[in-house]
Design a protein around this ligand. Structure first.
Ligand SMILES: NC(=O)c1ccc[n+]([C@@H]2O[C@H](COP(=O)([O-])OP(=O)(O)OC[C@H]3O[C@@H](n4cnc5c(N)ncnc54)[C@H](OP(=O)(O)O)[C@@H]3O)[C@@H](O)[C@H]2O)c1
Ligand SMILES: [Zn+2]
Ligand SMILES: [Zn+2]
Length: 348
């Protein structure tokens, strides 16, 4: 086994602790990655809050770093290559979804980067809040030159999660898009929609984010608490991307969807109650998405390099991980924390 350092959750409510972790020896198709930057996703917060302690939890599923070692069958990477890794690290490779390049929907369930189960040895996967990660080469992506590695890390979860539905829903010039919730996912949804040529509006609880919405390229911000404006925006958007991180009523957001338009519910992934009449009137569609397949992830990174899209990040030393989680909980970040892992020695 290879030994590294990382940040492990204790019981819910207790701070993450710096711990020594074991990584597997490289399989033939593995690469070892020195993790340099790992984004802090709201899903990490959900996982830490729900943690029972039954299995070890090291969060982190959007990171960038450098390849340090490769298994004998790896041809795509060599030591020294900059790479990015997201929230899926393996899949069956043979089911219809995998063959269609939608490994995120693998019939055997993709192996998640943390709190997943390794397909070969049955161990619980430990995430990117650590100095080293060992990953199957197919699930590492070359990080395009020109993308800042800290600001690019959040593309691998927040980015791809909004990219796939925007592309699948055909968002392009002239599409009217609304993004509900201006956080990690939301601000990247705005940047992507704008770069794709869509007419993009933010729906937020916080009217104070209007300046940011415009700076990100949005045309407008509607405060979700402003009943007058919410009513006036009825049937206005072809696509509504809902990234709100808490359980909420989707009816006010469905009302904003145009005839034959779609609400893509990407945020809090619990049960959703919908009145059929809210879909019936206007033939509206309710959809969801999560993560992305390998082809879409590679295409997104290429798009980001071409259009110079990365996240707006606040970089903190990894030792301040608990502060990052606590501030994320309070919605006190614009718009993604990224942990700088260089405070964890590589060979400890
Ligand atoms: N589908 C997937 O595969 C996938 C992938 C990653 C994350 N997620 C989930 O997506 C959600 C967003 O993640 P994130 O990392 O973008 O989180 P985030 O940075 O915290 O952003 C979430 C946004 O939701 C809004 N919000 C938060 N609390 C709210 C409340 N009480 N009422 C109404 N709005 C509230 C806020 O926007 P305003 O201040 O603008 O209102 C906030 O900025 C999380 O639940 C996360 O677990 C899903
Ligand atoms: Zn995530
Ligand atoms: Zn599969």
């Amino acid at each position: 086994m290879r030994s590294t350092l990382g940040w492990q959750a204790g019981r819910a409510g207790t701070p993450l602790r710096r711990t020594s972790l074991e990584r597997r020896e490289l399989r033939a198709d593995d690469v070892a990655v020195r993790v340099d930057y790992c984004g802090v996703c709201h899903s990490d917060l959900h996982a830490v809050d729900a943690h029972t302690g039954a299995a070890p939890l090291v969060p982190g599923h959007e990171f960038t770093g450098v390849v340090t070692d490769v298994g004998p069958e790896v041809t795509r990477f060599a030591a020294g290559d900059p790479v990015a890794v997201g929230n899926i690290v393996d899949s069956c490779g043979v089911c219809a979804m995998c063959r269609a390049g939608q490994e995120n929907f693998c019939h055997e369930f993709p192996t998640l980067t943390y709190a997943g189960t390794d397909r070969h040895d049955g161990t619980t996967t430990l995430g990117g809040y650590s100095r080293e990660y060992v990953v199957r080469d197919e699930f590492a992506y070359p990080l395009p030159a020109g993308l800042d590695p800290a600001a690019a890390a959040p593309l691998l979860c927040a980015g791809i999660t909004v990219w796939e539905p925007l592309r699948a829903l055909g968002v392009g010039p002239g599409t009217r898009v609304a993004v509900a919730g201006l956080g990690g996912l939301g601000h990247l949804a705005v940047k992507f929609a704008v770069a794709l040529g869509a007419d993009t509006t933010v729906i937020s609880r916080s009217a104070g984010k209007a300046g940011d919405a415009r700076r990100l390229g949005g045309h407008d911000l509607i405060a979700s608490t402003d009943e007058h404006r919410m009513t006036a925006a009825r049937d206005r958007f072809d696509v509504v991307i809902d990234t709100i991180a808490v359980p909420h009523d989707v009816a006010p957001y469905l009302r904003l969807v145009a005839l034959d338009g779609t609400l893509s519910h990407l945020g809090h992934l619990g049960p959703v109650t919908v009145q059929a009449a809210d879909l019936l009137v206007g033939r509206k569609k309710l959809s969801s998405a999560g993560s992305g397949g390998r082809p879409a992830t590679a295409a997104m990174l290429e798009f980001c390099a071409r259009h110079n899209v990365t996240a707006d990040v606040e970089v903190l030393p990894s030792a301040r991980v608990n502060e990052a989680l606590e501030r994320l909980e309070r919605n006190d970040v614009r718009y993604r924390f990224v942990l700088d892992m260089s405070d964890l020695p590589q060979n400890h």
